[in-house]
Design a protein around this ligand. Structure first.
Ligand SMILES: [Cu+2]
Length: 159
């Protein structure tokens, strides 16, 4: 079969691009540990009282590892403030008790869909002290623009 050489060139160019993109995704996932937030389990959104989300907040697991349980509801994040020291590795468990929300931490790659009934987990290491604004990026009703929170990363005092 005769294939025009321009068409052949485009074919190999496209094939090359696919290989480059695939390699980039695999390198990010395997070498740099970049992963999308993953569903960790299911909960009954109408009754979170028997789950870890009954008392939303931050818990310290070890010197540098913290976990936070966050509930999104119309129209606030519970807790609205997460306080951790610089260098903390934060494991964020998050769910919604009503409709779908989105948890976006400005200035980081953290961007989590918050789905009623589903527990999402995302992890991030906060090396830079500062105040990180959290916004809801999924339209959830009249109070959506006010739905924000803060992650406060405190500088660590050298002893
Ligand atoms: Cu919203």
């Amino acid at each position: 079969m005769h294939v025009h050489r321009y068409e052949q060139a485009w074919f190999y160019f496209t094939l090359g691009l696919l290989i480059v993109f695939f390699s980039a995704v695999m390198t990010a996932a395997l070498a740099f540990g970049v992963n999308v937030p993953s569903p960790q389990g299911v909960v009954n959104p109408n009754d979170l009282s028997t789950t870890d989300f009954a008392e939303p907040g931050v818990r310290q697991l070890s010197d540098t590892v913290y976990e936070a349980y966050v509930v999104g509801r119309m129209w606030q994040w519970d807790p609205a403030e997460i306080r951790i020291p610089a260098g903390a590795h934060l494991k964020l468990y998050i769910t919604s008790s009503d409709v779908q929300h989105g948890f976006k931490v400005m200035g980081t790659s953290l961007n989590i869909m918050v789905v009623p009934g589903q527990v999402s987990l995302a992890t991030h290491t906060f090396d830079e002290p500062g105040e990180y604004l959290v916004i809801c990026h999924e339209y959830c009703g009249i109070g959506h623009p006010q739905m924000s929170a803060k992650i406060i990363v405190e500088p660590v005092q050298e002893p």
